[in-house]
Design a protein around this ligand. Sequence first.
Ligand SMILES: Cc1cc2nc3c(=O)[nH]c(=O)nc-3n(C[C@H](O)[C@H](O)[C@H](O)COP(=O)(O)OP(=O)(O)OC[C@H]3O[C@@H](n4cnc5c(N)ncnc54)[C@H](O)[C@@H]3O)c2cc1C
Length: 414
Amino acid sequence: MKRYSVFAIAREAARYHTGWARAWRKPEPKRRYQVVIIGAGGHGLATAYYLGKNFGITDVAILEKGWLGGGNTGRNTTIIRSNYLQDPSAAIYEKARSLYEGLSQDLNYNVMFSPRGVLMLAQTEHELRGYQRTVHANRLQGIETEMIGPREVKRLCPIMNIDGPRYPVLGALWQARGGTARHDAVAWGYARACSDMGMDIIQTCEVTGIRSEGGRVTGVSTTKGEIDCDKLGVVVAGHSGVLAEKAGFRLPIESVALQALVSEPIKPCMDVVVMANTVHGYMSQSDKGEMVIGGGTDGFVNYTQRGSFQHIEETVRALTETFPMISRLKMLRQWGGIVDVTGDRSPILSKTPLENCFVNCGWGTGGFKAIPGSGWGFAELMAKGHSPLTAEFGLERFREGRFIDESVAAGVAH
Ligand SMILES: Cc1cc2nc3c(=O)[nH]c(=O)nc-3n(C[C@H](O)[C@H](O)[C@H](O)COP(=O)(O)OP(=O)(O)OC[C@H]3O[C@@H](n4cnc5c(N)ncnc54)[C@H](O)[C@@H]3O)c2cc1C
């Protein structure tokens, strides 16, 4: 892999950009790999990357039924924060956030991490008390967050109406080191690094069956033929239930559509991320100038990857009270992704009833921010059979009642 650098840009500029190589190879699948990962979203690619980087395991295939990063990874609103309430969540999300800080250098690929700060508005007394509790918890966890008052909120985000008639802003949970990153670039950066290590990323290759013998996976059936493996990682977000069924077990997951939309591009007017969980909407401004707006999940289980007018109306109506200026913006695009939601709103990074099969899912509406930490921990789990980062996120917690309850802690978990 040729390194990207300012000198490379200058060199290519001098020769009309004819020397750039493809960022990743397009190989045909081999008959057998040491590790097969299903799903080339951020979590699958990051897992493969840290398997190679931290454990020297590079005989890896990542199988993707569509195009890499075409699932939720390329559809999310890119909020990155680690101000969760429960200790295991805070640990894995903070690991991810801190890895994001150096990810562009690590991957030699600009993932456009922008630690511009995340404001979570408190618009009811209940929310105010809840966030105060989170700040105390974060302090014990070593995560930098603080409670700020309405005047400071207005200073950080002048376009906000803090005196709304129904829900005035009473304060906010502020994480100055949270922010956003470019979602595609995260997937592309990991993909390029994996390909460089000799791993095969095989796109348009749907896994249609999982073969097992004596309680162990022997391989997978795909639209590009049979592939054998020593270990299998299932990292397919909204399709986790479907793949688990093929492997012969069930997951406590519901798949629902989550939607987002962007406005026409406008001049810079907001340089923080704002989440307004009471009215249920969140907003940031992209580098192109579009206002990126997200809402809640559909109220019914489904596999659609589309937006719906009813949701858009609900989200925009909710946000116009807090941001009156968006009522005059034209909306450009809307879309949806299939998110995989667990009962306690925490992910599953776990062994399964099949000895050499591992599952990484349940990130629901908030897994983009976790990609580096999840990949780091899941790679360790797959390589060594145990990881301190993932230890609490096993499937057995649902049987034993040891939930990591973030559903109450975060009304909107993005
Ligand atoms: C609208 C929206 C907004 C969001 N906003 C945020 C946010 O602001 N912050 C945040 O942290 N998170 C957010 N999320 C959540 C985040 O996007 C996801 O948690 C995360 O991207 C999941 O990554 P993944 O790699 O697990 O899944 P995906 O990126 O969905 O990757 C899974 C891949 O598996 C592939 N696959 C499925 N079945 C098969 C098969 N049989 N064979 C082969 N491949 C298969 C799919 O094609 C897909 O590419 C949002 C999600 C949506 C939809």
